[in-house]
Design a protein around this ligand. Sequence first.
Ligand code: GLU
Length: 476
Amino acid sequence: MTQNQKEVRTRIAPSPTGYDLHVGSVAVALMNYAWAKKHSGKFIVRIEDTDRKRVVKGAETRILKTLKLIGLSADESPLVGGPFGPYRQSERLEIYHHYAQILIKKNFAYYCICAPERLDKIRKEQLSKKKPPRYDRHCLINQETVTKKIKTGIPYVIRLKVPSNQEIFINDLVRGRIVFKSDDLDDQILIKSDGFPTYHLAVVVDDHLMKINYVIRGEEWLSSTPKHIILYQAFSWSLPFFAHVPLLRNPDRSKLSKRNNPVWVSFYLQQGIIPEALLNYLSLMGWSHPSGKEIFSLEEYVSVFDLRDIQKTAPVFDPVKLEWMSGEYIRKLSSNQIKSMILDFFKNYQNKNLPEPLIEKTIPLIKERIKKLSDYGDYCQFFFSRPKEYELDLSDKKELLKKIFHELKSISDWKSEIISRKMTELAKSNQLNTGEIFMILRVLITGKKVSPPISESLVILGKEESLKRIEACGIS
Ligand code: GLU
């Protein structure tokens, strides 16, 4: 059977070493997901937690939760299991040891007991001679003595014996053919002294055992790939296809990092960016829709995505554009859908139970304005509580405030058209700009200079509450 006839199996292999899932990881996850689904294959999530010093408490749970929230469900993962589990590397240590032993037997790996001080010393010497730092294979030539010492309990590592003078080719689906020289590679540690494997051994063993045939990942892993290829060859395993995709950049083209923009997906979800919009936007990172469309469903993405269309240039991740897209998604929802999303959002992220009937009334006022669900709170907070601060100083406008108060008080049919008409007339009779009156009214009622349409907002608040708010400013 050739690679092409096999079931397509892709994976993402996040390390729980940050807060959550990086937006760039979701962009890569989308490609993996789409490629698998397009071919009715399987999309796998494996947690790579072998770098114990860097593991962040709670990160794995947050990563898996985020994937669920954004709707990228895995066919196999630590949560749902699957035929090739466990899907958490820290639970697969015996497997890595087994394969490390095979490499030792085949003479592709060796034990090393060099103390960190010695390694440091040779490293410094090499650097001072302007040579790339490499392990000098001190232990390789003494394997018998080394193994004896290991039996006495001395800490050791297992290193890859990189074959000398070889050219290693990668036929990358994005970057084309790339050649590396084995002589440029160090004898990579495969098993560390804490008994955990390094990423390099674990990734190759797992991708092979989990039958991953497309390795689609960020280009930061490209320089590791020759080591992986050496391992595949050492085991006599067939290579997967590789696709190394460009990393995201900030709008100023600098590398996307926490310092410039928030990078964790949970941040955007906590802001109430619509998850479908987040996926849609991230699917455009390094790939474009064949007909130039910007907005499309995940389903459509899966059907039109092609690995061969991934661009080589680094895509720009622009949170402003993401917000815009989220707003477009909100526009497409029914008022009922928006209501439920707002209710869920405030409950889940802000631990607030908002009153449903009131929310329902406000939706027509904000539907065209909000870009993310948290905007609802910014715009509509005043419906739930009186303003504590005012964005305009109204202290020198007492006379005008009184007039506004009495004008509103005289309205018996509390409708937005009537409120607007009365305010317009008041402006005219006082030789004032209509906009000014409405701005004052807005600040009186909401505390803010920007709000949903004010006359409609007054109707929702009711006459009594509206007048009370004006009174609260010391007018009667
Ligand atoms: N564990 C690596 C990461 O944190 C995965 C690299 C790969 O996909 O091979 O991104």
